[in-house]
Write a protein that binds this ligand. Sequence first.
Ligand code: PLP
Length: 338
Amino acid sequence: MTRYEPVESPDSTTTFPYHDLTPPEPVDVYEAREVVRRYLPRTPLVKSEMLSAETGANVYLKREDTLPTGAFKVRGGVTLGHRLSEEFREAGLIAASTGNHGQSVAYAGREFDVPVTVAVPADPNPEKVAAMERFGAEVVAIGADYDEAREWAEGRAASEGLRYVHSANEPDLVAGVATAGLEVLETLPAVDRVVCPVGGGSGAAGYCLTVGAIGGADIVGVQSVAADATYRAYHEGHLDPVDSAMTEAEGISSRAPFALTVEVLRDRLDDMITVPEESIWEGVADLLTDERIVAEGASAAAIAAVRSMDDVAGENVVVPITGRNLSTEKLRNALSPA
Ligand SMILES: *Cc1c(COP(=O)(O)O)cnc(C)c1O
């Protein structure tokens, strides 16, 4: 067994020698498509009458919440798992996650018979932890927030010879999640704009490489004002972490921007905006009340962004419903705000 030590990283996270920071190209997404279609169903693209009437645009929801883990990230997990080098199949994978990245890696571990450890922050979303354990992963609750859990996982990877699955500096994850964009193009070639929530930026990077690069649509990224590390990295051209990421939408809560995805976003994303935290939870409530969709705060951030745009009338706009793994407590709070 080879133990790898961390190498110099252009961002504030830890990377290992096996982390290739070269962004994937559209052709890599077509290759990933062949893998993803073998393991996962295609997700529906459904027009939202509520949002279309409200904005004057044709707003389509890409229902990534219908994937077996309830979130888009599993497209990346199966792509990485499928391509995993032989040397790691026995030792296994380790990841840090607030939930959906961990579920994606856990799902891949079960599919490809590779052991998986996931580090989550103390006080994690209990439903997400249960799901990871159901997929057979060992879940370790450690650290005050995501970034502390991440540092623990990085140390463990080095000491135990595990393959550290970074949440963004992984070309296979980005190419895998980008397959959603190819599906969108096949169903609706005339997309004008995609409005996508951004945490580490793999989802938005995927739409840039497909609906943007191939389909010519504008791709707009969205963060919460309370957690804007990637927003700053995109606009200010650096990879500095922020001091805190206070959003309750854990899918888009990261203090650190990531080198690979920020490179794609700087190159191909048309704009990045922030939305107020309250508008996210209004979005969660409205999606449930009017569309009967249970969506995470992260997805609702993109809904809030579309609602704030005054120039979308007449356009074909796609919003990915990136995940449905909202804790029952957050759902309750969104329905009856204090
Ligand atoms: C991870 C996640 C996001 C953000 O995706 P990134 O690729 O990290 O930008 C958005 N929504 C949900 C539900 C997620 O799990």
